[in-house]
Design a protein. Structure first.
Lengths: 278, 278
């Protein structure tokens, strides 16, 4: 397995910082360079031991051709930053965005760019919360075919070195699946939170707390993700609307058997998740 | 404050068992009697130190008039069990059900019955998971006016002795509020879980896991709760459908500003919960 020599990370927040921490642990010889907008923040990440050096995004410089580039920015900023890294000479560039289709199509002529989505995160932000084990045994989607593209194979190897399980998918398939596994749950959590008024908050229990936790995420990051996965989100919303309507009908008609069936379909699926992940 | 001498609990599962554990801790002199259907289970709860004695539900016996009765059964079994405790001589009887209107209206001529809802729980079941601190600093809704009804005042005092914060509400108001703070989130969690196929489960992250946790609850218990709070649930479903439609419209029209507003309304509310409870 190829071990990287230089890793260039654009965006040293929770994800970028955690990649740095995980890469430092897995590949002690690796030189890690951070790129961002705030000299103070970047220097603090150096001081914390996450980075070896930093550059401002406005002055990325030129990289030797073995550098592996990773963009950890909000989805609407990924394409421009990836192009910048490619121009600066990185031999392979990938990203960590939650949406893949719009990014991969804008960069489809760049054989050195590979879309990635490490499915790991936290509602926290900032490299101060970086965690070297954030990616361990989690799934990372890598777009493309490792047998056809050396960049895809190299990207997959990188994530595997951080302990991730790699699954190959095309960008459209990724966005369709993630609409249901991530983007819809975020919207439903947001809906659940919005339906309770401030004065009613004291009548919530741990169930409400868990179900709505991800609704506290950043509006900028999430509206950007939802808008970049328009088709996937609209399909998922339609599916959710149908299921909500099934609840309505069963409750309206007092159909206990039907309600139990609807509940059990979801409960069985959810219990399977506990069985597979623990 | 009056300290109870005898507590009779019908249904010694997670909630009944936790009340026994909490009451044992708060009122060491209290005699705790469990009523249920399985001699083996009831004896095991005695052996675990939760109960002092037990009776089968078919042979409840007769209680001295200072006994305080508590029904911890699924909502569709509460009314019958409460009547049984009243006939058996308990001087005050309350319950722990998640729905209040149907139960309180069937028992409205019983001045000794008071509806309660301790808002605390877990997705686990069985007295083996009983926790003496389950109720500490959590809210308990008690129906009625403590200044008008000695039974209401006594019930409130009981929950306070377990460390709960008591709020008085009428049954209809309780059901309307809990439809949004609890019953709707359970349905939305169920919808989120049902929208993901088994083969897609590996592409879920911790967000999906948290949002759908309560979807794994018991179908019998939850279909019974939803059907007993028909009006509240139908209103809450309509409100959720409207919000989901706002997401759809903003995404369909690519309205980033509107999407950010929708998100922020919910996010602000959810963050307030963290501020008030931690």
């Amino acid at each position: 397995m190829q071990t990287e020599r230089t890793l260039v990370i654009v965006g040293v927040g929770l994800i970028g910082g955690s990649v740095a921490a995980a890469a430092r642990k897995a590949m002690p010889e690796l030189r890690i360079v951070g790129i961002g907008r705030s000299p103070q923040r970047l220097q603090a990440a150096v001081d914390q031991g996450l980075l070896d050096a930093w550059h401002l995004q406005a002055a990325v410089g030129q990289w030797s051709d073995d550098a592996f580039g990773l963009v950890c920015l909000p989805v609407d900023q990924i394409t421009a930053a990836a192009k910048q890294l490619l121009q600066a000479g990185c031999s392979t560039v990938t990203d960590a965005g939650s949406v893949k289709e719009p990014i991969c199509s804008l960069l489809q002529n760049e054989a050195r760019f590979v879309g990635s989505h490490p499915i790991a995160g936290s509602e926290q932000s900032g490299f101060e919360h970086a965690c070297a084990d954030l990616f361990r045994q989690r799934v990372c989607v890598v777009c493309g075919d490792p047998n056809q593209s050396p960049s895809t194979a190299r990207t997959a190897a990188f994530w595997r070195q951080l302990g991730m399980v790699v699954r190959f998918m095309n960008p459209a398939e990724h966005d369709r699946v993630l609409a249901r596994t991530s983007h819809l749950p975020h919207m439903l959590a947001s809906v659940a939170a919005a339906c309770v008024s401030d004065s009613e908050l004291e009548f919530t229990g741990t169930g409400f707390r868990d179900t709505t936790r991800i609704a506290a995420g950043s509006a900028e990051i999430w509206s950007s993700i939802l808008l970049q996965n328009r088709a996937g989100c609209l399909n998922a919303i339609a599916a959710a609307g149908d299921l909500l309507d099934q609840f309505r009908q069963a409750i309206e008609t007092g159909n206990s058997q039907r309600l139990t069936e609807i509940w059990n379909t979801a409960a069985t699926r959810r219990r399977r998740l506990d069985q597979t992940q623990t």
